[in-house]
Design a protein around this ligand. Structure first.
Ligand code: CUA
Length: 162
């Protein structure tokens, strides 16, 4: 009798975490997705790579202020550079990157900021990040795009507020 009880407790000790862990993970997923509004960057539209520079918003590349401390960066990735390859915003800015590729698949990755998307020809990627500290943030292409992939980079310069 006593021995059976011991076996049952060991089983319970395994069964409970195996229920609690998936329930905990699902709860975390639901809270972050619906409570905190954290989503995977999604397709923000389509654009013809052949007529990119005549199509809004890529006919006007660079930084555009959209509100107090809010900026939109319109950016194109191409073999093997970003246009623009230098972006300047004041500290505390919320910056939305609207970007695409002119030729092959590139990546837009900014370590230290919440920016990590693929740039796919024909598809517009949109991702928003907040820059709370001054300094330089490296922009990297993190999708292999050919022989000079490793040279494809840029920077976000976060300046003091004037
Ligand atoms: Cu562009 Cu790697």
């Amino acid at each position: 009798m006593k021995r059976n009880t011991t076996v049952y407790l060991y089983e319970l000790a395994w069964i409970l975490p195996s229920i609690a862990i998936p329930v905990g993970m699902l709860s975390a997923l639901l809270v972050t997705a619906f409570g905190a509004g954290i989503h995977v960057p999604s397709v923000a539209g389509r654009v013809n790579p052949a007529t990119l520079t005549e199509t809004s918003p890529f006919d006007q590349l660079g930084v555009v202020q959209t509100g107090p401390l809010r900026y939109e960066v319109r950016m194109i990735g191409q073999i093997w550079s970003f246009t623009p390859n230098e972006v300047r915003v004041p500290v505390g800015s919320t910056v939305t990157f609207v970007a695409t590729s002119r030729d092959v698949i590139h990546g837009l990755f900014i370590p230290g900021a919440n920016v990590n998307v693929m740039l796919i020809p024909g598809q517009i990627s949109r991702v928003t990040a907040r820059f709370n500290r001054e300094g330089e943030f490296f922009i990297a292409c993190h999708e292999y795009c050919g022989i000079a992939h490793h040279t494809m980079g840029g920077k976000v310069i976060v300046e003091p507020r004037s």
